[in-house]
Design a protein around this ligand. Structure first.
Ligand code: COA
Length: 173
């Protein structure tokens, strides 16, 4: 059993029955990806906040075959990258789908030699989620160009994590 699946099953036996698969996103997933982005008000694409979907480093989560989550990342320069988008269908939140998506993109970046990962996010609960589960630290804030995500929050909180450190910590723990 995948260690993540084991953890979830131990936390709540219902999760043992969940069949979550993380796959590379395909262009034909676009319509469902946009449905999910709309649920988080992140569908304003193309825009200054998010110029386009590239499908280069994007992942979808399927629960019993249906896409229930989406995330991606973009390589910047050298060993630096930033996350792009992350959304899980509200109906299945809190069941480990987001965790699996995040681990998958972090592992994918590690393989590509990325060391420093930056994430801009707005919701306080999501900021805590990244800090608690993946070792991110707050490094600043950034004004939003326009509405994207929570319309009541006008700035992004910039979070950063050292992927090598994260990898070492999770192997220990
Ligand atoms: C943030 C978001 C992606 C999280 O997705 P999710 O599927 O609900 O999150 P998960 O179920 O994976 O994580 C929930 C909990 O399970 C735990 N968990 C799940 N799998 C785990 C594992 N294998 N090992 C350890 N912990 C695990 C986490 O610790 C977390 O605990 P917490 O409630 O104490 O934080 C989702 O809430 C969302 O779409 N939010 C709105 C949009 C958003 O803010 N996107 C981010 C933009 S940057």
């Amino acid at each position: 059993m995948d260690p993540n699946d084991f953890w979830l099953a131990a936390k709540n036996p219902v999760h043992a029955l969940m069949n979550i698969a993380i796959e590379r996103a395909q262009r034909e997933d676009r319509s469902r990806i946009f449905d999910l982005l709309k649920m988080a008000n992140m569908h304003h694409i193309p825009s200054q906040e998010m110029p386009a979907l590239t499908y280069e480093n994007y992942f979808v989560a399927r629960l019993d075959g249906k896409i229930v989550g989406f995330c991606g990342y973009k390589i910047l320069v050298g060993s630096e990258a930033k996350t792009e988008l992350m959304v899980v269908d509200p109906v299945v939140r809190g069941r480990g789908v987001g965790y699996k998506l995040q681990v998958r993109r972090m592992e994918d970046m590690l393989v590509k030699g990325i060391k420093t990962l930056t994430t801009n996010t707005d919701l306080p609960a999501t900021i805590e989620w990244y800090k608690k589960n993946f070792g991110y630290k707050e490094v600043g804030t950034l004004k939003k160009y326009h509405e994207f995500g929570d319309p009541n929050i006008d700035h992004w909180t910039t979070l950063r994590v050292d992927l090598t450190e994260w990898d070492k910590t999770r192997q220990r723990g």
